[in-house]
Design a protein around this ligand. Structure first.
Ligand SMILES: Cc1cc2nc3c(=O)[nH]c(=O)nc-3n(C[C@H](O)[C@H](O)[C@H](O)COP(=O)(O)O)c2cc1C
Length: 356
């Protein structure tokens, strides 16, 4: 890989990224009252744009007031006040030459029902995660298997949240299909045991993601971006491979590639780990099945890992490094020696401690 690729432009949809480095989506749990993040959390995103990131993702924004929220203090983007709160953030990110993308999610069976006004837990099938909720120490509740009403209600939540993001001026929208949350619950046979048209074959398990993408795309103007995030791991039951094998992953990636989306964001715990019993990384495996731009993340922390990760991807995203080090992009540019942060160090994201 040429030294220059990391800092070379990249065409993503109608946008030209100034480099290949983005801020990964990071939940901050800072919106207790009205689903609007604390000002310092919003300022943090702008600061990362000021400091050279080409893309800035928001935290996962919750798509409804019923069952979507999985953590305390998550944000929403449907009321006028919520929309107004994001407008200056989006504007400031743009002024700094970066692209803003709102990520939206439904927690599915990774639920903490008390934080949802309607106190509901829904998933494709009535099976909870094996592991307890790491934040409460209690078992996850057994979800209701989703009815036709639930499916339509959730899709509407994604559409309305996308509209909120468009109204706030975001350059792009991301559908969060990763990490063991609702869309991933449908995609994976580990959590989807349905016998109707949403379960069984890969095509059937994919149907829910397809319906969301198809419903969301028309409200996202053609000159803005729609991306989809996917992973083979979940934040609980982490050791489980959520897809059976490379062939199944390829099937899903090919289905996604036929959709009107602008990029696939592949989330890994470690970008360099080989997957599905092969000697290939997730990015490499994904590249074999798609011509769409690929974003990759997971333990990319210095110049060498950033360049290596770009071998089979177009854009790298950082969470922990860019969270804890405001000068990360410049440090990468200058080949500075940099630490690999531990997960616990990133827990500061969930506190009120101001970030640099
Ligand atoms: C504090 C924190 C919050 C996160 N919240 C989200 C989120 O809201 N949505 C998401 O897709 N990933 C989320 N992630 C995962 C990251 O986007 C990323 O995939 C993961 O941390 C691996 O990248 P890293 O090694 O650079 O940290 C979060 C990670 C951290 C550290």
């Amino acid at each position: 890989m040429s030294d220059d690729v990391l800092f070379s432009p990249f065409k993503l949809g109608g946008f030209t990224l100034k480099n290949r480095i983005g801020v990964a989506p990071m939940t901050r749990m800072s919106s207790p009252g009205d689903s609007i993040p604390r000002q310092d959390v919003l300022d943090f995103l702008v600061r990362r744009a000021e400091n050279g990131a080409a893309i800035v993702y928001t935290e996962a924004i919750v798509t409804d007031y019923e069952s979507a929220q999985g953590y305390p203090g998550q944000a929403r983007l449907v009321t006028q006040r919520q929309i107004e709160a994001w407008k200056p953030v989006v504007e400031a990110i743009r002024k700094n030459g970066a692209v803003s993308i709102m990520q939206m999610f439904h927690c599915g069976r990774m639920a903490w029902p008390e934080v949802n006004p309607a106190n509901r837990v829904i998933a494709p099938s009535a099976i909870g995660p094996a592991q307890d909720n790491p934040l409460t120490g209690a078992p996850y509740p057994v979800p209701d298997a989703m009815s036709a009403f639930d499916i339509q209600h959730v899709i509407t939540g994604f559409v309305e949240t996308a509209k909120g993001a468009v109204a706030a001026g975001f350059d792009g929208i991301e559908i969060h299909g990763a990490h063991g949350y609702l869309i991933n619950n449908f995609l994976s046979s580990y959590s989807n045991r349905r016998t109707d048209e949403y379960g069984g074959s890969v095509e059937n398990r994919y149907r829910f993601a397809h319906e969301i993408i198809q419903a969301v795309r028309p409200v996202v103007p053609q000159n803005r971006l729609l991306t989809f995030r996917i992973s083979n791991w979940g934040v609980v039951d982490m050791e489980v491979s959520l897809y059976q094998d490379k062939a199944e992953w390829h099937q899903i990636i090919k289905l996604l590639s036929a959709e009107p989306i602008d990029a696939i964001s592949v989330s890994t715990y470690d970008y360099s780990t080989t997957a599905f019993g092969t000697d290939q990384t997730m990015a490499r495996i994904t590249r074999e099945a798609t011509d769409l731009p690929i974003m990759i993340c997971g333990k990319i922390y210095d110049r060498a890992t950033a360049e290596d990760a770009l071998e089979d991807a177009d854009v790298i995203l950082s969470a922990k490094s860019i969270l804890l080090n405001p000068n990360w992009v410049d440090d990468i540019r200058k080949h500075r020696p940099l630490p690999l942060y531990k997960s616990e160090e990133a827990n500061v994201a969930y506190t009120e401690a101001p970030l640099p």
